[in-house]
Design a binder for this molecule. Structure first.
Ligand code: MN
Length: 296
């Protein structure tokens, strides 16, 4: 077929690929879906563009080629190879790196643009890719949210448990981390969260000190957290590698990544300097929202 492959994305009615298709062609445009499966390629009967957002096709990874198909339809859609036959394929989707909720340079000067690009586009993507690879043979698990997976690691088959612990944790942690920062953030929490912090730690300054100590004291790579423990009490902890408090039955409210990839370009080995700067981008609204929705 004479078409340029430009990428792929899981399809939902809100998928960027569907939106961008709708912006260049009429929804009634007819096109073929090329389904590549274990090397065998088949062409569907022409379908309306509108139908690609239907549940039937929603599990396919489809690329808009923008070129001409061999059969001279104006566009064609290519499904990337599926591992299991379509008839057996459940309505599950591969995990994806969520887009940053702000620009890559929005956290400057505290967190630099280049670090955000590498951290989000490369490091987080690698966790997601490795998680998807690990779960490839377990479609049932793909239906779960990554938080559910991390929460119940013991239910993960032993042959992939460590890969899921590291990469599922990496996906869960980073998805949360991007939300916990914002431009012009920082300052101090307010309202019920502030009261709870004062009650648990004495003051906001004490909480900050505890988090800094947990973060600086984490040998090697890991995270420092403000969590709600099993009894609903605020507590500060740290985890190694990409472990997440959910695995220990705790609810993370605030977390800071102290892997060197989070700060090395700008702060080199000065983790404490990175932490001091990081407090200026904390999104307390999001922390408070998580606190309120925890129902404790
Ligand atoms: Mn990281």
């Amino acid at each position: 077929m004479n078409a340029d492959y430009i990428g792929s994305t899981p399809i939902t009615s809100n998928s960027p690929i569907v939106k961008s298709l709708e912006s260049v062609v009429d929804r009634s445009t007819r096109a073929h879906l090329v389904v590549a499966e274990k090397g065998a390629v088949s062409l569907t009967s022409p379908v309306n563009i509108a139908t690609i957002s239907s549940p039937f096709y929603s599990y396919l990874n489809i690329a808009y080629t923008g070129g001409q198909c061999a059969n001279r339809t104006p566009i064609c859609l290519i499904a990337v190879p599926l591992i299991v036959p379509i008839a057996m394929r459940r309505h599950s989707m591969a995990y994806e790196v969520p887009p940053l909720p702000y620009d890559y340079n929005a956290l400057e000067p505290h967190i630099d643009e280049q670090t955000m690009h590498l951290h989000h586009d490369k490091h987080h993507q690698a966790y997601v890719t490795n998680l998807n690879n690990a779960l490839e043979r377990y479609p049932d698990l793909q239906d779960k949210s990554v938080d559910d997976i991390v929460h119940d690691l013991n239910s993960i088959p032993e042959d992939i448990r460590m890969a899921v612990r590291n990469n599922g944790g990496g996906h869960a942690n980073h998805s949360l981390f991007w939300m916990l920062m914002k431009p012009n953030g920082g300052g101090e929490p307010s309202g019920r969260l502030a009261e709870a912090i004062n009650q648990a730690f004495g003051s906001f300054a004490e909480l900050k000190d505890k988090v800094n100590k947990a973060a600086v004291g984490r040998f090697g790579s890991g995270w420092a957290w403000l969590v709600l423990d099993k009894n609903g009490r605020l507590s500060v902890m740290s985890t190694a590698n990409q472990d997440n408090p959910l695995t220990e039955g705790m609810t993370p409210l605030l977390g800071v990544d102290v892997w060197e990839h989070a700060y090395y370009l700008k702060y080199q080995n000065r983790r404490a300097d990175y932490l001091e700067a990081w407090w200026n981008v904390v999104n307390w609204d999001e922390v408070a929202r998580r606190f309120e929705s925890s129902g404790k």
